[in-house]
Design a protein around this ligand. Sequence first.
Ligand code: ADP
Ligand code: MG
Length: 577
Amino acid sequence: MDTMAQEIHDGPEAGTLTDGFHLIIDALKLNDIKTIYNVPGIPITDLGRYMQAEGLRVLSFRHEQHAGYAAATAGYLTKKPGICLTVSAPGFLNGLTALAHATTNCFPMILISGSSEREIVDLQQGDYEEMDQLAIAKPLCKAAYRVLHAEDIGIGIARAIRAAVSGRPGGVYLDLPAKLMGQTMDAEAGAKSLVKVIDAAPRQLPAPEAIARALKVLKGAKRPLIILGKGAAYAQADDDIRALVEKSGIPFLPMSMAKGLLPDTHPQSAGPARSLVLKESDVVVMIGARLNWLLSHGKGKSWGDQPKQFVQIDIEPKEMDSNVEIAAPVVGDIGSCVSALHEAMGKDWTPPPSEWTELVDSKKQANLDKMAPKLQNNNVPMDYHGALGALRTIIKERPDAILVNEGANTLDFTRSIIDMFQPRKRLDVGTWGVMGIGMGTAIAAAVETGKPVLAIEGDSAFGFSGMEIETICRYNLPICVVVFNNNGIYRGTDVNPTGGADVAPTVFVKDARYDKMMEAFGGVGVYATSPDDLTRAVNEAMDSGRPTLVNAVIDEKAGTESGRIGNLNPQSVVAKK
Ligand code: ADP
Ligand code: MG
């Protein structure tokens, strides 16, 4: 440890001098930052040590990408920026994918990376891990800053926090050159230089005329629909949103991570009638959801021939008209917008015509009836329905557990089969469909909420972050990972058409024992071949809180190419599949 800095801070000269290390720590603490998701190394090893010594929780990962996904998840769950701390160039680059993920998903996060000497980097003289990190981060985040002088640390961190959480939240990069940390200054002046960010994410009230316009559009609707997105979940305006939805009587469709904002079993939930409501609705109210690829950009076949009018509630004005015309844009924070709209509905609000709600209900019931028997099956090896039927019951019985989910078929089937009952309990691949969010996300979920976590992972998806199960064991986190092991990507059955020795590009080692990996680090490993095995193992894990990995053997023929987004694969006209 850098004993000099320690002495400066705690030693006999305390009160006279402080340094960059301790100004960074004091600035973070002053702003209620409590947890750092970190990978140690030059030049930030001591920073992590001093952070821990000063009472911050410092969790070290095996790879920066997962520390970054954890920070992004922490931001989403807490509305405070999650902090990821990395070394220079390679560590920084490893963290960048997560920074871009946070920005794309509107999660507040700050990637703090140490960097090499400016004078040498800028003259390109070949410094240790030389890289102009600030320039590289800029296009991938909402804001990027570099602090060169100890007296600017307070302002630098304040700017980073405000940029991350205000307006549309996102990722921020903060560049801290190695030299900065050792800089000293008078301790009293240092303390004065710190900034406590006041009202970091100010409320943004919608204009009254925007609310009136939205209400007018809504009143003209015969087949209205509300779409809830993860922005609505992020806003933590759960009661206001529920009140609006219930008062309106309008069927609602939750986007993946908005599931549970209202329970999936709510009578107004249109989840199981998704295709129908997208096609047949005439007015669609978007609440914290974007008309991006996940909603077919608001047009085309999946939206049907019905002319549509959109009402959109979002904090980002530029989101309006990004894909189709928005008849009634409502710009502001979701809590304020939703309660203003609710109030404006007043006493004379009439719920949508019963022909519409009955149509939605009957479609929903038909789809649920079709699904039910499939979920009961006890096939060995398991198919997705049998395995998820078992896990669905577990989440129903433990509604405050957090579900983390990634994969292709594993993602699609889990999303549609497992009902969620509480807000912000479903964490998944987000806007980009990132494979690799799994363990980082699960770790942050456990750390930030203290609740048990069930991570349902495709075997391929798990591989991206699998080494972090050591991190899970090291911090003894209540995480149960279920690996849906079908021996490969999409399916385990592809063959090499040349007859050569290599297996097909999508195939893994047959019957790999992921459960043994968990045992290697002192956790519990279980090999499960039936839905009953699965139920027993997961319930035990959730009760004990011990790190557990259940290797769930799934029929290698059960999946489909790219799950439900196979249409996004380009097709060759000459190759034979
Ligand atoms: P989903 O993928 O679930 O549809 P998106 O990530 O596409 O959700 O959309 C989330 C939207 O929510 C973004 O447009 C973002 O600007 C918006 N948003 C995030 N936080 C808030 C908030 N507090 N108030 C209003 N809008 C918000
Ligand atoms: Mg697989």
